[in-house]
Design a protein around this ligand. Structure first.
Ligand code: DHB
Ligand code: FE
Length: 288
């Protein structure tokens, strides 16, 4: 039986790639952020996932404003990283797992999510930065990838409620997957940030704390705001929290918090990292 081991949530600021490429992890500006990944590495050593299901947003690389799916699921054998990357090497492609992708797509469509299916897909910093942070200096990625892109870029945006429901449908698909893989869910982007306009640099510690406090025990609390209200609260790119919300839905009903890091700023962003571990039903005394 496949097992969902939990989830990693992290910001995906491209400048992190430059810091990795320069080996600047221990510089005073970067250390408080990179230190947040020490518990992630420790957790991954035990969790040993074989597959990563990653909720992220494309930033104009694979999809542009002329064609923007609300939800797109990758079903490719391989995903090339084609982001400019700010110094992060581009050579490491991700190996896909098309059979699991199609199983997830079947479940999503049966649950009436009309997703776009992508048998070719380029991925950007929203995928490569979290992977490099989680598995630093790996010659090749130790996990196969199922990428799920959520539109956080072009209005109208999906609601947090819909994104949580999408994630829960993915959780159902993973629970029904007959393989023996260990699956880690990832959600990338956020937390509060705005890159342009008169509110460039906008950060909202209070809203970020609300998200981090509730994501594990009470994710439905994050659906009380509309997407436009979140743009107002968290900034026009802070809406990337939709990826975290969907990822949380895919982790299963009950999780426990393993680690949390919050650091302002990295570039324009309130940078955050969390690990939530999925609690198997039997640990809760629910199994037969
Ligand atoms: C930054 C943050 C992002 O999420 C992104 O996609 C690009 C840039 C930033 O803070 O610089
Ligand atoms: Fe982003």
């Amino acid at each position: 039986m496949a097992e969902t081991v939990g989830g990693i949530l992290t910001s995906h600021v491209p400048a992190i790639g430059g810091a990795i490429a320069r080996g600047a992890q221990n510089e005073p500006y970067w250390k408080p952020f990179f230190d947040g990944f020490l518990p992630v590495h420790k957790w991954l050593k035990d969790a040993k996932p074989d597959v990563a299901v990653v909720f992220y947003n494309d930033h104009g690389l694979n999809f542009f404003l002329d064609k923007m799916p609300t939800f797109a699921v990758g079903a490719a054998k391989q995903y090339n990283n084609a982001d400019e990357g700010w110094g992060l090497p581009l050579f490491k492609s991700f190996e896909g797992m098309p059979e699991l992708s199609w199983h997830i797509i079947e479940t999503l469509v049966a649950d009436e999510f009309d997703v776009t299916t992508c048998q070719e897909m380029l991925v950007d910093h929203a995928l490569s930065i979290p992977a490099e942070l989680s598995w630093p200096k790996a010659d090749r990625w130790p996990v196969k990838l199922v990428p799920i892109a959520i539109n956080t870029v072009q209005h109208p945006l999906p609601s947090p409620k819909r994104c949580l429901a999408l994630g829960r449908s993915v959780a159902k698909a993973l629970a029904n997957w007959p393989g023996s893989e260990r699956i880690v869910v990832m959600g990338t982007g956020g937390l509060s940030h705005q890159l342009d306009g008169t509110r460039a640099g906008h950060i909202n510690k209070e809203y970020d704390r609300f998200c981090m406090d509730n994501l594990g025990p009470n994710p439905d609390a994050l659906t009380q705001h509309t997407s436009l209200e979140i743009v107002d609260l968290a900034g026009s790119q802070g809406i990337e929290i939709l990826n975290w919300i969907a990822a949380r839905g895919a982790m299963g009903e009950n999780v426990t918090e393993i680690s949390r890091n919050y650091h302002i700023p990295i570039s324009n962003t309130a940078a955050a990292t969390m690990v939530l571990e999925t609690l198997p039903a039997k640990k809760l005394g629910l199994a037969a």
